[in-house]
Design a protein around this ligand. Structure first.
Ligand code: ADP
Ligand code: GLC
Length: 514
């Protein structure tokens, strides 16, 4: 990376000596307005970090039903956005655009198209996806391209994210080759498990000409329409959210059916670790927690623990480690591994001073909800299951827990373990993707370790890590330095935003050279 391009000022915020980039960041979620997981966090924090580096950034995102422009005091753009849904300019729908500003001058543009977005939920309910998701996100991708072309001047980078905006590079290159000649089209994979796969009959919803219907670029071998696959083939550059995951997705085991497509683009793939926004996720400034604290005032963490134990009806026992889980309840997240492992560990306890307490915050389908409710019923003094989505509860658990468990089968990056470390909440993670890239196992690295890493995705392996964590907790002389090392790790966006910037510049240069 060429650092000579920047003059670093005292507070280490770089001063741009090169052209400021104009970036449009397209995302189906942005925290705090709409969020189902880490994409929402990244869509808020990465643009802020890029703006802090001196770039102009506009985020474009849908106006979902739960968002009220009046209450949010959004300003309405006078001109609507005309979005063609068929071929270059047919079947237009007028979308209203609303605008808001985040820190550092990041503009957020909300696209209002009620027939697609004015309903409860972003993608569906806990059990099922909406049936018209192909139409909804083909429309949104098209809106992104129209917005970039019509309203934004000289866009250097159109940064798309996940399958929801993966058709944008195809629309840009197919319909507007000249207009987008100087724009680099980037696509970030946040999670390859979600590809935007639809029945081939949904092809019409893309509005693309028939020639694409017979083209394998938009279809899987089994004949399904696949938005992400198309985007991966048309984007100029592909990134994903950790170096480890960038490698995994190019293997048959980790490629979710797209490893060959990804291998064919190997030269154009980079893994850049996500960062944390410490103005939101840090116990020194966290407005959601009872007592703010930092390394010098760790007693504050104990008070948060007692408060959470008390309010959730757990015995207030400082000597028992409190384990936490904050997660979507899915197979990816290893919830099916966690439940029997905890069940077996708690069933084997001989003494009530042994073991741990566990609080789980999660939203997901009925079968996981039922199993977790049953676990709580079986061990009422040990387990609390909080069903649902609560930003405040997520912060309170980060501050209160001693250990955060992330037993994911695979994990592109994972943010909860990164946040946990800042709160002195020591992570227990499976050795995969971004979890492996961010947590250092303390048994293997006694002086630098920041958590507990288990290798095999099995009950034995997870149970071993949980027991190691509980045993270490009971030895404060070992536990304190481990917490402090975790708290002192720096996962702020600085370094990663710098990587994106270098990549964007390199990509601009090669787009310009073509
Ligand atoms: P993913 O994006 O795969 O869900 P990440 O770890 O990257 O995983 O991000 C998860 C984000 O969603 C974090 O900000 C976490 O705090 C939040 N989160 C997950 N489940 C819940 C929940 N039930 N309530 C509140 N926040 C949640
Ligand atoms: C996805 C991944 C998660 C990642 C997040 C943000 O939802 O599952 O690992 O941290 O996106 O990039």
């Amino acid at each position: 990376m060429d650092l000579s391009r920047y003059i670093t000022t005292k507070d280490s915020s770089p001063m741009l000596t090169e052209k400021r980039l104009n970036i449009v960041f397209a995302s189906s979620e942005i925290a705090p307005f709409s969020k189902t997981g880490g994409l929402g966090d990244v869509a808020a924090s990465l643009p802020k970090a890029m703006a802090q580096r001196g770039h102009n950034v506009v985020v474009i995102t849908p106006l979902y039903g739960h968002l009220d422009p009046q209450k949010m005091r959004l300003s309405r753009r006078l001109e609507p956005l005309e979005v063609p849904r068929k071929s270059k300019n047919q079947s237009k729908l007028e979308a209203i655009l609303w605008e808001s500003q985040l820190d550092h001058g990041v503009r957020v543009v909300f696209v209002q198209a009620d027939e697609y977005f004015d309903r409860e939920g972003l993608y569906g309910d806990a059990e099922n996806s909406f049936e018209d998701n192909a139409q909804r996100f083909a429309f949104f991708s098209r809106a992104v391209v129209e917005f970039t072309r019509v309203f934004s001047l000289d866009v250097d980078i159109l940064h798309c994210n996940d399958w929801h905006t993966a058709l944008a590079p195809i629309y840009a290159r197919h319909y507007f080759e000249d207009e987008f000649a100087d724009t680099s089209l980037m696509l970030t994979i946040h999670n390859l498990a979600y590809q935007g796969k639809f029945n081939s009959d949904d092809f019409d919803s893309t509005g693309l000409p028939k020639k694409y219907a017979s083209d394998s670029e938009l279809f899987d071998a089994d004949g399904d329409l696949n938005f992400l696959k198309g985007g991966l083939l048309y984007a100029d550059h592909i990134t994903t959210v950790s170096p480890g995951y960038a490698e995994e997705i190019q293997t048959p085991e980790g490629g979710a059916g797209l490893h060959e497509v990804l291998q064919s683009r190997a030269e154009d793939i980079s893994g850049i670790l996500n960062g944390a926004d410490y103005s939101i996720w840090s116990p020194e400034v966290d407005r959601h927690i009872s007592v703010q604290y930092e390394v010098e005032t760790l007693n504050g963490k104990r008070r948060n623990k007692a408060e959470v134990q008390h309010s959730l009806g757990l015995p207030v026992r400082p000597t028992l480690p409190l384990f936490g889980v904050i997660s979507r309840l899915t197979e990816q997240k290893g919830i099916d591994l966690l439940i029997p492992t905890v069940q077996s560990l708690l069933s084997d306890l001989k003494d009530e001073r042994d073991g741990f307490q566990l609080v789980i915050l999660g939203e997901g389908p009925t079968h996981f909800r039922e199993q977790l409710t049953a676990l709580q019923k079986e061990f009422p003094k040990r387990v609390v299951f909080q069903h649902g989505y609560s930003e405040q509860m997520a912060h309170r658990i980060q501050a209160a827990a001693d250990v955060l468990i992330v037993p994911s089968r695979f994990e592109p990056c994972g943010l909860t373990q990164i946040y946990a470390m800042r709160y002195g909440t020591v992570p227990v993670v499976h050795a995969t993707g971004g979890l492996k890239d961010t947590v250092i196992d303390v048994r293997e690295n006694p002086d630098t370790g920041t958590g507990f890493v288990f290798d095999e995705h099995t009950q034995d392996s997870l149970a071993g890590a949980l027991e190691r964590a509980a045993a270490t907790y009971r030895n404060y002389r070992k536990w304190r330095p481990l917490m402090v090392r975790a708290m002192e790790k720096d996962f702020s966006w600085n370094e990663s935003a710098r990587h994106y910037e270098s990549l964007f510049r390199a990509s601009r240069e090669s787009t310009a050279a073509e």
